[in-house]
Write a protein that binds this ligand. Structure first.
Ligand SMILES: [Zn+2]
Length: 270
């Protein structure tokens, strides 16, 4: 039975391989992100899992009375999201038609994330405690949107899937065993909540910077944002930094990209 299951998974794996394999989810843009990605798990599978996880977050927040409590703040975030999403077709045309959503959670935590497929979540703490400007919010949001555009979570799930330890997960993704809840938990740990790789972080920084510049937000704010993060991490490291480690090299890389994105920003202001 076990052998049969493994064979079935291997067969499914091979067919998935021929269907997807190595490709790049986005166009290169002005910053020139051009890396082939191993994508063995389908977008639909990742989206189904992440929609479930986002819905649970929303439900939990609602039941605690902390969802979207500050209308002015929510509208501010929605305006910034609209301007950034208006630029995503530079990287991939289909993303402009995604069901983008923005919500806030009232919390002291410094946290923000975008779930695959374009569901944005900001904790009020990151805005209020770091006293973020619109440009700095656009820097965080642009970075997170870029993870979604590049399908970094799907890439990580695929990497797990490609390894022997991923066989059990693969079986469950293909509906061959295990309960739905356990699956969501496993996938959540593997693909949705663990830190991204350095490469993925760097790609999200680059694309995010271009998105914000094209949307008319000062790209220099990405630098001041990470400086604020660095300062905030000296006490108790904020949750956001556990998935997005800040460093001087990150800030230096952002600085080095300014000549590429500043003209786009100036153009958008005209
Ligand atoms: Zn990131």
């Amino acid at each position: 039975m076990k052998k049969l299951l493994t064979t079935t998974v291997m067969a499914a794996s091979l067919s998935a391989l021929t269907l997807t394999g190595c490709t790049s989810t986005t166009s290169t843009g002005a910053v020139g992100v051009d890396r082939q990605q191993l994508l063995l798990v389908s977008s639909e599978q990742v989206l189904a899992l992440s929609a479930q996880s986002y819905a649970k977050t929303i439900q939990d927040a609602k039941s605690k009375g902390v969802l979207d409590t500050n209308t002015a703040q929510l509208n501010r975030l929605k305006n910034i999201a609209n301007r950034l999403v208006g630029q995503v077709d530079v990287y991939r045309a289909d993303a402009a038609k995604w069901q983008w959503e923005v919500h806030t959670i009232k919390s002291n935590d410094l946290n923000a994330f975008v779930v695959p497929g374009g569901k944005i979540m900001f904790y009020s703490g990151i805005i209020d405690r770091l006293n973020l400007t619109d440009d700095e919010i656009a820097a965080i949001m642009g970075h997170e949107i870029s993870h979604a555009l590049r399908e970094h979570s799907r890439e990580r799930l695929s990497r797990e899937y490609a390894t022997q330890t991923g066989i059990g997960l693969a079986a469950s993704i293909f509906g061959l065993s295990q309960g739905q809840a356990e699956l969501a938990g496993t996938a959540g740990n593997l693909g949705l909540s663990l830190p991204h790789s350095r490469t993925q972080e760097s790609e999200a920084d680059q694309i995010g910077l271009e998105l914000m510049a094209r949307a008319g937000y000062n790209p220099q704010a990405a630098v001041t944002l990470w400086q604020k993060m660095q300062k905030a991490s000296q006490g108790e490291p904020p949750q956001f930094l556990s998935t997005h480690p800040t460093s001087s090299s990150r800030i230096a890389e952002l600085q080095s990209l300014m000549p590429k994105v500043t003209p786009l920003y100036q153009q958008s202001r005209r």
